[in-house]
Design a binder for this molecule. Structure first.
Ligand code: ADP
Ligand code: 5GP
Length: 196
């Protein structure tokens, strides 16, 4: 898409793993009209309760690599051993139609999207209240081994140092308050850019 073409706004929500971005994003999608989450491609295994085409497009590594080679991703990253990527086609079609999108991606991916200098984008960094609480959430989520949790906490320290590069910061302490804050940012951006 041309940088200045009028269209939808690309909202990017990012945070270290375990902060609560999936939880916050799902609640934001319930309360904000006209906002759609993009469905990423990933090579990681489907978890219980996930649906193909809804949570992710689940593909094998060969397919993912062929998509990289064909230039089909706006950004992609290897995160904790699996590949994740956002397809350009999905984003361009939606934004071109004036559809606002919510991209829920890791901190590396958010940096790639920012580097593209999309005119109509807005980045939000979600912060954990502290490292102890982040560890509690990772343990409480019950998806990762102690070794994986250690790796995620280590990565989080580096990722937190990038928070200043985002347009907005929101602390995910009390969930309802964090959701409301993200909602307010989205509505304010819409108003500012489109008088909506
Ligand atoms: P992420 O998508 O950033 O990796 P998740 O949305 O999976 O994080 O959340 C990680 C864990 O933290 C989940 O078990 C979730 O229920 C919990 N969680 C999310 N937000 C909060 C919050 N504000 N307070 C307490 N626990 C939370
Ligand atoms: P999970 O495996 O827990 O669903 O996601 C792991 C991490 O990958 C999360 O931080 C999530 O936001 C991120 N992620 C999901 N989709 C994408 C994507 O398309 N690109 C990038 N860069 N990260 C993604």
């Amino acid at each position: 898409m041309e940088a200045n073409k009028p269209g939808g706004i690309l909202f990017v929500l990012s945070a270290p793993s375990g902060t609560g971005k999936t939880t916050v994003a799902n609640l934001v999608l319930e309360v904000v009209d006209g906002l759609r989450k993009t469905v990423s491609h990933t090579t990681r295994k489907m978890r219980d309760g996930e649906e193909s085409g809804v949570d992710y497009h689940f593909v094998d590594e060969a397919r993912f690599r062929s998509m990289i080679d064909a230039g089909e991703f706006v950004e992609w990253a290897q995160i904790f051993g699996n590949y994740y990527g956002t397809s350009s086609r999905e984003i361009e079609l939606s934004l071109g139609r004036g559809q606002d999108l919510l991209l829920v991606i890791d901190v590396q991916g958010a940096a790639s999207v920012r580097a593209m200098d999309w005119a109509q984008s807005c980045s939000i960094f979600l912060l954990p209240p502290g490292m102890d609480e982040l560890e509690r959430r990772l343990v409480g989520r019950g998806l990762d081994s102690p070794e994986n949790i250690r790796i995620r906490l280590e990565a989080a320290r580096g990722e937190l140092s990038h928070q200043g590069e985002f347009d907005h910061k929101v602390i995910n302490d009390q969930l309802s308050r964090a959701v409301e804050e993200v909602e307010n940012i989205i509505q304010a951006e819409r108003h500012r850019r489109r008088g909506q």
